[in-house]
Design a protein around this ligand. Structure first.
Ligand code: URA
Length: 216
């Protein structure tokens, strides 16, 4: 199991840390996070989309942020990326109900489609990720997963620093700063966006391998 020097920097205190410090349960955290205004993203989002799953899950899967459907429904991974993840979890023999699913940022960040009605996903910046970090750290403290599997670069870099490359380290068993077993893999949306069916099939095979590795 490797340790990495990829620029993990944790000098600043997250704006959500104080709010997240006292609750002792995921339900307690979720109620507090529902009123979170630690960064400006709450202003345009419908609601906070908090993590879900067993409070003692062995596997925690961490994505970037809720998407359009998650924002409307209030649950993580229920949109196209979530449906793809569900299909892959199923194929990998993993029950979604055994997994704690969450995101590094708990509000949907979006911009209006030019001349359209759609809300277009926008990548969270470092300040927004830092502001939300207290919630993620509290989820990890309470769930205490054996393994954290990060989907995509935003999630992985929140743990391993901004120089961490998912392409370089995908599927490798590492350690997170809190000591859990750590792996990073593709974000399902990235697989869905790949240009050819061959690319998607190749990435999916690796993604399934990573899911199985994370779960064992
Ligand atoms: N993408 C994510 O990273 N998280 C979700 O909850 C949905 C889509």
């Amino acid at each position: 199991m490797g340790t990495l020097d990829t620029g993990t920097v944790r000098p600043k205190v997250s704006a959500s840390s104080a709010l997240a410090a006292s609750p002792r349960s995921i339900g307690g955290l979720r109620s507090r996070a529902a009123a979170c205004t630690a960064c400006p993203l709450y202003g345009r989002a419908t609601q906070t989309v908090f993590g879900e799953g067993p409070a003692r899950a062995k596997l925690m899967i961490v994505g970037e942020q809720p998407g359009d459907e998650e924002d409307r429904e209030g649950h993580p991974f229920v949109g196209p990326a979530g449906r793809y993840l569900d299909k892959c979890l199923d194929e990998a023999g993993i029950d979604r109900n055994d997994v704690y699913l969450t995101n590094v940022v708990k509000h949907f960040k979006w911009v209006p489609q030019p001349r359209g009605k759609r809300r277009i996903h926008s990548k969270p910046n470092a300040a927004e990720i830092l502001a939300c970090r207290g919630w993620l750290e509290a989820e990890i403290r309470i769930v205490s997963p054996d393994t954290i599997l990060c989907l995509g670069a935003t999630a992985a870099q929140a743990f391993q620093g901004r120089r961490f490359s998912v392409l370089e380290h995908r599927g490798k068993i590492l350690r997170s700063p809190d000591g859990a077993r750590f792996l990073a893999t593709y974000h399902p949306s990235a697989i869905l966006r790949m240009p050819t069916s061959q690319d998607r099939a190749k990435a999916k095979a690796l993604f399934l391998e990573d899911l199985r590795r994370a779960a064992t």
